[in-house]
Write a protein that binds this ligand. Structure first.
Ligand code: T4K
Length: 413
């Protein structure tokens, strides 16, 4: 079998390839330090430090300061959306958007998402009703969704998983026909588009995450974007305790404000966004070249007709693979490659939802399968081509030696 460049083996004098022993078989780990999924992209640090100095000089640290305002303006022009309200993280942004939209009783959401999507509802005593996903898009399955609408349903939260758009036309018409509010969790989808329109312009509002692990980060951060003037005004008030001016509170609100230091990081990252995307794309293509041929390795693809951030490198490891997703995760961990299994085990199998809806899994066959198949590999600007070659080589070698690997795993179990 052919091994990719950067294989952790060596060529012997007789011309044969001597394979390094996999760490699971007792060899040295391929990486001395952990290789993470989600190492932050850092833009021009001199620009960042200059901004931090400016912030300190003007002693304006938070409360809609000049960097936050500039960040919001730049997001609006990048996305082509009317309003951006920057916040301290996407979870609070979801909570505020949910409250501002008046969602109540039941809201339909995928279970195949980060737990924050469900918690943002439950935190406000709104029941997340978990809907299955389309196995091709990993986003809400609109046919399954239709059957879940009841008189108690007040809205839908779609999640653009991996930055790939939900079935937007179908969701928008379903929401309209049933009088439901439509909100999108676009935590993965900053910089992505759908049919020529940037994600951020759909539904009543959309929510981005700028957490450290997102390809554009503001340390911690998030934002609600919307084209609805009234909704934007309400969300802005709610983000700042409901204050409409000194000594004048007009709504129940919370503290969702983004700090100036976060906005400084976000602005600096925005200046490097094209290079972040091109590194992600390069990494994505390299993984595709080295691993897509493996049996049972189905790579999540991005439609080149759309703008994509290529933030996630995701494979579905199906039953045709000689090693399961979990076996590969174990092999990789032993090599210090901390691959992830987002969004295992699915929100419906985490508390409090597991206890509240013990039978939910029966209605979520695609979610259950994907939670067992999805393998997320390290990428981003902290991951170079040689590291990707080594990760791919480990996987190829493990697959080629699947029986031996299984034996070793049995011994470790
Ligand atoms: N909706 C969706 C669909 C989301 O995916 C998320 C967040 C949200 C809503 C909520 O957004 P925020 O409220 O967070 O803005 C991570 C992130 O913490 C989380 O933001 C993200 N989604 C989720 C998909 O992944 P964890 O618990 O899996 O990973 P974490 O934070 O431990 O970091 C992953 C790896 O990155 C670690 O192995 C170490 C590395 N890392 C992490 C940090 C923070 C670094 O190298 N440096 C760092 O500074 O959740």
């Amino acid at each position: 079998m052919e091994f990719p460049r950067g294989l952790s083996g060596e060529i012997m004098p007789n011309g044969k390839t001597h394979l390094r022993e996999l760490a699971i078989r007792g060899g040295e780990p391929a990486f001395a330090a952990p290789l993470h999924v989600g190492r932050p992209n850092i833009g021009d640090r001199h620009q960042l430090l200059a901004r931090i100095n400016q912030m300190l000089d003007r002693r304006w640290l938070t409360n809609a300061g000049p960097f936050v305002q500039e960040f919001e303006e730049k997001i609006c022009s990048y996305v082509g959306v009317k309003h951006c309200i920057a916040m301290c993280n996407a979870t609070i942004a979801l909570e505020i958007a949910i409250r501002a939209l008046g969602l109540k009783d039941e809201v339909i959401v995928p279970s195949f998402t980060f737990i924050a999507t469900a918690h943002a509802l439950q935190w406000q005593e709104i029941t997340p009703v978990f809907c299955d996903i389309d196995p091709n898009t990993h986003c809400l399955d609109v046919r399954a969704l239709e059957k879940m609408i009841t008189p108690r349903t007040s809205g839908i939260i779609g999640v653009h998983v991996w930055g790939r758009a939900c079935n937007l036309d179908a969701l928008e018409s379903m929401a309209r026909n049933n009088g439901l509010k439509l909100l999108f969790d676009a935590a993965h989808a900053f910089g992505c588009s759908h049919q020529g329109k940037m994600i951020g312009n759909f539904g009543e509002a959309e929510v981005y995450s700028f957490h450290a692990t997102k390809f554009l980060n503001s340390f911690e951060g998030g934002a609600v974007v919307t084209n609805d003037d009234q909704l934007a005004a309400k969300i802005r008030l709610m983000t700042n305790f409901g204050f409409a001016g000194y000594d004048n509170v007009v709504y129940i609100g919370t503290n969702g404000k983004m700090s100036e230091a976060s906005a400084a990081m976000g602005l600096t990252g925005l200046e490097s966004i094209d290079s972040f995307i091109s590194v992600n794309h390069r990494n994505y293509k390299q993984y595709a070249k080295l691993l897509s041929h493996l049996p049972g390795f189905k790579m999540v693809e991005y439609d080149s007709a759309n703008r994509c951030n290529y933030q996630y490198v995701v494979f579905e490891v199906t039953t045709e693979s000689p090693l399961s997703r979990d076996e590969l995760i174990e092999v990789l961990r032993k090599e210090n490659v901390l691959a992830r299994k987002y969004f295992y085990p699915g929100c419906h199998r985490m508390e409090p939802y597991r206890s509240k809806f013990p039978g939910a899994g029966e209605l979520l066959p695609n979610t259950e399968r994907l939670c067992h198949d999805v393998l997320v590999l390290p990428t981003g600007t902290a991951v170079g081509v040689d590291e990707i070659s080594s990760v791919a080589a480990i996987i190829c070698q493990a697959i080629a030696q699947a029986d031996l690997v299984k034996q070793s795993l049995g011994r470790h179990a």
